[in-house]
Design a protein around this ligand. Structure first.
Ligand code: KG4
Ligand code: ZN
Length: 344
């Protein structure tokens, strides 16, 4: 019966998160504990360390989510947990935690695809009607999806190699900026000339919505080395130009591919309330976001970017996807498994 409360659990990468969400879209709590400090010395997420940290922190996260929401397990109507895709150790930790609670309380258990969690977020934040177009753009993902229902996604294209966030992180590493690199590249880019260096716009000459970003870092490496050779080091102004030009190349590719994806969506779905939503850490980038906003406006679609804490990894989106799944009659048993690979 409505409204009901759902607990969400997320541990598929390097954030341990738990949340309580009400079925009318009210977020009662959303606790996220990152592991940046844990992995900082290794230059990337170490799966074994991540899994152990999740196992240690999940109970604490769940207790905190319940306390902040001012609720008890007995008042919930279900438990939603990320069952993949992601790092297997972390996903397993979350699934085991959720199963334990479901077993102890008798509450229904719902396994959620992490990507579906991201993709359904605009329904939680903006009550967006189906079907809408979604660009998922983070450190690990980059794809266009037409979202038609809680379990009905049509993939229009995506990256064939690196995700844009990954490319930003590599760009930052090459220019001796801190990790995660996106926000730092954006900050430095603000003082540079986006037209200074002509980086490639991969796959723009080919039809469709697929993208490629791995060539950009090679181009950046070459441009940086040329500068270093010429100036005997990298002057601040050139570093700013490199960041600005790199960001412009990513923005150009995302904008043009979004334009194409929107055209397919408008033509084939004929939506009555056309909407284009973005999610993922890269959606935090102002330059990229304003380009996407312009593209949406040009196609006559509403543009939606959920607030950043709900764009990046969190458990509120998992609870919400669980709410949508339970409403649609889905339910998982104690045999729910962890799926490291799980395309939508
Ligand atoms: O969605 P997210 O928090 O985590 C996953 O990848 O799942 O995204 C993190 C990624 C990182 O690669 C980070 O560098 C990038 O998003 N990012 C940005 C910005 N803020 C975060 N990239 C470009 N510009 C930004 N302002
Ligand atoms: Zn994610």
């Amino acid at each position: 019966c409505d409204p009901f409360l759902m607990l969400g659990i997320e541990s598929s990468c390097d954030d341990t998160a738990a949340a309580v969400v009400r079925s009318d879209g009210e977020i009662l709590s959303s606790e996220v504990t990152g592991q940046a400090a844990l992995h900082a010395a290794y230059g990337g997420v170490v799966p074994e360390l991540a899994a152990r940290a999740h196992a240690e922190r999940l109970d604490i996260a769940v207790e905190a989510a319940l306390a902040v929401a001012g609720t008890r397990l007995a008042e919930l109507s279900g438990i939603a947990v990320t069952a993949g895709p992601g790092l297997i150790g972390g996903v397993l930790s979350g699934v085991m935690c959720a199963k334990g609670i479901a077993f102890g309380t008798g509450l229904p258990l719902v396994g959620v695809n992490h990507l579906a969690g991201h993709a359904l977020t605009p329904r939680l934040t903006d009550h967006l009607p189906y079907p809408y177009l979604m660009l998922l753009v983070s450190g690990g993902h980059c794809q266009f999806l037409i979202v038609r229902g809680p379990d009905d996604f049509r993939r229009l294209g995506g990256t064939i190699d690196d995700a844009p966030g990954e490319a930003f992180d590599k760009c930052a590493r090459l220019l001796a900026l801190p990790q995660p690199g996106g926000p730092h590249v954006e900050r430095v880019a603000a003082g540079g000339d986006p037209g200074a260096i002509r980086f490639p716009r991969p796959l723009l000459d080919r039809p469709g919505c697929d993208m490629s970003f791995s060539g950009l870092k090679t181009a950046l490496l070459r441009a940086r080395d040329a500068d270093v050779a010429e100036h005997g080091g990298l002057p601040e102004r050139r570093r700013a130009d490199l960041c600005a030009s790199f960001q412009a190349a990513v923005a150009d590719v995302l904008a043009e591919k979004s334009r194409r994806a929107l055209a397919v969506y408008m033509e084939e779905e004929a939506p009555t309330a056309p909407s284009f939503a973005v999610a993922g850490g890269v959606a935090a980038n102002e330059a990229i976001r304003s380009r996407l906003e312009t593209v949406a406006a040009g196609a006559g679609a509403r543009f939606i970017a959920p607030p950043l804490p709900l764009c990046t990894d969190n458990a509120a989106m998992i609870a919400w996807a669980g709410i949508e799944r339970i409403r649609a009659g889905h339910r998982d048993g104690m045999d729910l498994g962890a799926r490291p690979r799980w395309p939508l």
